[in-house]
Design a protein. Structure first.
Length: 177
């Protein structure tokens, strides 16, 4: 399948780091993939620039409770402290992440987003990276954490922060294409 035949879920909620949504989504849209915002939020959700400044609002395409792994070829988890913290507490979001791993489909997470990998049990035994403040949580969840721009471990791609977006976007597009 070409990347133009791929459908990618972006799982996020209020407080998502805007650039960690718009940059990978834009790169995948430009490459021809179909991208869909999946969220426990209803209607629209507020993105952020950092943790304090409101950015744009985005429309939710599919409620997370209605999303199924069979509908998508890959899952992208943008960061943002508020977003990542809320998602790891949402049972449907955690179940969707587990389903992507069970189906051996691509999962890509940046910045604080790997918190949900710890919550779902999917960090255990994985080599990954994340924003530095989540390092201890991920190690305690059984991950092998490293300070690298991009870490690829099988079907899992992770990056540290917005400064890694070019490498992250390229790795995700390459994995899909």
């Amino acid at each position: 399948m070409a990347i133009s035949d791929k459908k990618v879920a972006f799982l996020l909620t209020r407080g998502v780091e805007q650039v960690e949504l718009t940059s990978p989504r834009g790169a995948l849209d430009e490459a021809g993939a179909t991208t869909v915002i999946v969220s426990p939020s209803e209607g629209t959700l507020q993105a952020m620039n950092g943790d304090w400044d409101h950015a744009d609002e985005f429309t939710v395409d599919v409620p997370v409770s209605d999303a199924t792994v069979e509908d998508f070829d890959a899952l992208v988890l943008p960061g943002g402290t508020l977003n990542a913290d809320a998602l790891r507490l949402d049972e449907d979001a955690v179940a969707l992440v587990k389903a992507f791993f069970a189906a051996d489909k691509l999962v890509a997470a940046i910045c604080h987003a790997p918190w949900i990998l710890a919550e779902s049990g999917e960090a255990k035994g994985r080599k990954l990276t994340s924003f530095i403040s989540t390092k201890t949580d991920l190690i305690n969840a059984g991950a092998s954490w490293e300070d690298s721009e991009v870490v690829i471990d099988g079907n899992l791609i992770t990056s540290r922060n917005p400064g890694d977006l070019d490498a992250f976007n390229s790795a995700v597009a390459n994995a899909l294409g």
